[in-house]
Write a protein that binds this ligand. Sequence first.
Ligand code: GLC
Length: 746
Amino acid sequence: MKRFLFSFAFILISTFLMGQNAKIEQKITKLLDQMTLEEKVGQMTQYSSFFDVTGPAPSGGDNKNKYDQIKTGQVGSMLNVRGAKQVREMQKLAVENTRLGIPLIFGYDVIHGHKTIAPIPLAESASWDMEAIQRSAEVAAIEAAAEGLNWTFAPMVDISRDARWGRVMEGAGEDPFLGSKIAKARVQGFQGDDLSATNTIAACTKHFAAYGFAESGKDYNTADIGTSTLYNIVLPPFKAAVDAGCRTFMNSFNELNGIPATADTYLQRDLLKGEWGFDGFIVSDWGSMIEMVAHGHAEDGKHAAELSANAGSDMDMESHVYVKHLKNLVESGKVDIAHVDDAVRRILRVKFELGLFDDPYKYCDEAREKELLYNAAHTEAVLDMAKKSIVLLKNEKNILPLAKSGQKIALIGDLADDKNSPLGNWRLASDNNTAVSVLEGMESMSKNTITHETGVQLYSGDAFFHQHININTTEANGIGKAVEAASQADVVVMVLGEHGFQSGEGRSRANIGLPGMQEELLKMVYAANPNMVLVLMNGRPLAIPWAAENVPAIVEGWQLGSQSGNAIASVLYGDYNPSGKLPMTFPRDVNQVPIYYNYKNTGRPGPKNEVFWSHYSDQTNAPLYPFGYGLSYTTFEYSEPKVTTMGRTADVTVTITNTGKVAGTEIAQLYIRDKVASVTRPVKELKGFEKVVLEAGASKTITFKLTEQELGFYNNQGKYIVEAGQFDVMVGTSSADTKKVSFSIK
Ligand code: GLC
């Protein structure tokens, strides 16, 4: 009976939704039939904000053009306008002045929180906690929607293996399986179940595609990769986002194998809109259309518009080439009107789904804005997310957790009392100095005597999203006072790492050690008092071999957002037992980059007692900390895994025991290796993980299910295949610490 009722309900809901969709399509068709070509091109044009909409109209220049074009129906979307009042004023320009009153859609980079800032996405990914990640995106959507926004340019799902690239902070690390789960969680968090609700926003999966494979980790650089890497590493998180119902995509600045993504017909039309059935719309990245002239792919702006429109780029973000050339390109037959109609249909579809045609001002409620921004429940959510994102890298002599009283603490580092850097790079809507610092967090949670010394300044001058940071590489006057404080203390807590604007867009680094004078400070303070805990605050994996070798305790504290200091203090004092696992390999040396866990075995694996194998003569192949690595204040033991196969599926069972003295959470990981395949497979691939909470002494048996979905791969024709043969299965606490069993399928 239950099954019948469930099926009946499913059929009812599906029928209702199909009916709703049919109604929207009818409305779109009716509107399209009324629209002039100029108005259609207008929907495909997006501008960035240009003035305080509650103030006077801009006079002259580009901003005056944008203002006038909004009023004459030549603009479909704005970005970087926020605030219920501001958005309402901007929306009125379109709705009350244009012939058809088509509402604008307002986009913004709501990447990891909006006013209440969550940990940077790379940090959230270290939690491996899909519920917490989804909740984090929900909170971001609630606050963004309260400020009048209905569309975010997130999640960024670019897989990367290169810590030199500044945008690793924005993604989910190096693995496509983990990255796909996180892409789904973020899309569902932003969009919820009802896109027309005033607490959800349309997501935008980006950057399509392969932006994370920019050569040498240099932002915007060429990406040239083989089909196996494209299909098996780069594309899966994008496909997961489509399957999760993501309503928009953003293409990328880079060229992929010689073709700028904005003009890549295969990626955008054949694969995304064709094979994957994506029915939302694609926005170009900022200026990426006109940048095809610099790429050497387009003659000029008009040619860029032609290439982009024919390749399936539906909306032009700030290249101004559609508004200038697309009408003429259609009239001269260079762009088929069907491409324009398809693009406009997709854009209008999302606007209808957002409810903007029912009420263009539904997101512009100042009372709701006042009630929801910085809401207490949001603070709680980002604190929970931050705690789960912290990774314990080392804890010898059990220095951690610290006592809450009776200890003299020397807290050293410029970042220790920094209330901005923990907000990370993509903190556009946040307010200054709104992060809880480590100093504040520690003081609020203990009765210890805490002496803070900066030691060395990390940077001088101002720090803004769009300008270089002047890192201090010469001035070390404060080291003496830091050394003095350390010599008087029972325990030293160092907070070192990167400023929030040392990672992110345009922020690639050729060296990935501790910036500036921090390493020198670390060594001199350590010499004074080796009883030390190092807290890292960074937006990328750092190569810190000296610290890893010498400092007894190391905590990866990332950039954890508004509640950074409280989360870090909770871990330092043991209120929260750290459970994070690295989503990206930490190199020992930048010269090992790109370095990642799912590498190929090559024909000359090692180590061997000779020179003729794949290695360096002056550096080990091993990373500093491997993918999936993270310690706890307790210990866990794994039984030998057991496997039972049924046809082309396998159940893998393992028992995990908490062998320590305190409760803890373990993220058990399952990797496979397809031993022989028509396209070589990596030495291991993550295909399952499970968070297990265990009291001291308790055990839990878990079973991973492997199906063709996990056992197959994409061949060089982009076809998903599963081949008979032997598989190794490895289960354990990190990619480098597992127990193995094998099985075969026919
Ligand atoms: C930027 C970024 C993109 C962002 C867009 C709008 O250049 O590449 O991720 O969403 O422009 O700010």
